[in-house]
Design a protein around this ligand. Sequence first.
Ligand SMILES: Nc1ncnc2c1ncn2[C@@H]1O[C@H](COP(=O)(O)OP(=O)(O)OP(=O)(O)O)[C@@H](O)[C@H]1O
Ligand SMILES: [Mg+2]
Length: 308
Amino acid sequence: MIHLQHVTKYYGKRLAVDDISFQIGQGEIAGFLGPNAAGKTTTMRMITGALMPTRGEIRVAGYSMMTHALKARRLIGYLPEVIPLYTDMTTRAYLEFFGRLRGLDKKRTQRRIAEVVTRCHLEDYIDVLLGKLSRGFRQRVGLAQAILHDPKVLILDEPTVGIDPIQVAQTRQLIKELGQTHTILLSTHLLPEVSMICERVIIIHQGKLVAQDRIENLSSLLKETLRLRLSVQGPEEMVAACLRQIPGVREVTYDSPCHIVECHPGREPRPLITEAIVQNGWTLLAMDAVQMSLEDIFLKLITEETGI
Ligand SMILES: Nc1ncnc2c1ncn2[C@@H]1O[C@H](COP(=O)(O)OP(=O)(O)OP(=O)(O)O)[C@@H](O)[C@H]1O
Ligand SMILES: [Mg+2]
């Protein structure tokens, strides 16, 4: 449904997006993950046709953004990072305005407004001025606007930023529901959000694509890397120094009161660790394998890429 091929974007001399290619299939919810300034918003604005790539090709539902932008844009709903809301308009007036902008006739606009207001749980706020809405509700109005013309594709730029935990949960639920009938690309730098909402994740860093995979595959990527949490009765520094000498151990850190041991991929140094601790006359109180989180994987991917 969304195809990017070798997409590059320069702002003047600044390279913001560097040769990115990915595809999102129909009905898929993909998370677009990356730290600040990674190039998420820039990429999304190019997909919506708001910005032209310097190089590369973007197609939405088969339409090239270069040659058939108008046709493609009709199929796209966009929740921008900063929602340009007109504070002295009511929710209804705002949606009517967007209906006109999207070329819907009056009857269709009214029908669609009723639908999106229900869907985004805005019934009680339909005649409230936008300036009087809380941030979370403004975000919902932004979502209502994005789905007003019933687009097949939704581009949501950090839809849950700055809203409270209860509204975050409700917004995520809403996006999940929308995912049943739409193709969605959702940007975030919140990892739990990706694992909660998305089936697949596309990770970018400094304008480059660093990984794209299904969430469960990404988790298995680092499964072969063992991480251990040790509780040892012994002098903290000496224990750490001893552990660092053991073949197969990559890194040892102290997270009071435990030592965290990261092993080289495919290595199993646990017997050697037990032996070394006993030989030194210390006591091993506990040794557990620690599950790598999506966050660990994300950090590992972006730090490996830059060689930090
Ligand atoms: N209009 C612009 N003019 C010049 N440079 C820009 C412009 N917009 C973005 N940039 C630069 O492009 C790079 C990518 O920015 P972008 O906004 O796409 O990142 P992002 O991943 O959305 O970040 P964030 O998580 O902070 O929203 C940054 O270095 C940014 O400074
Ligand atoms: Mg952004």
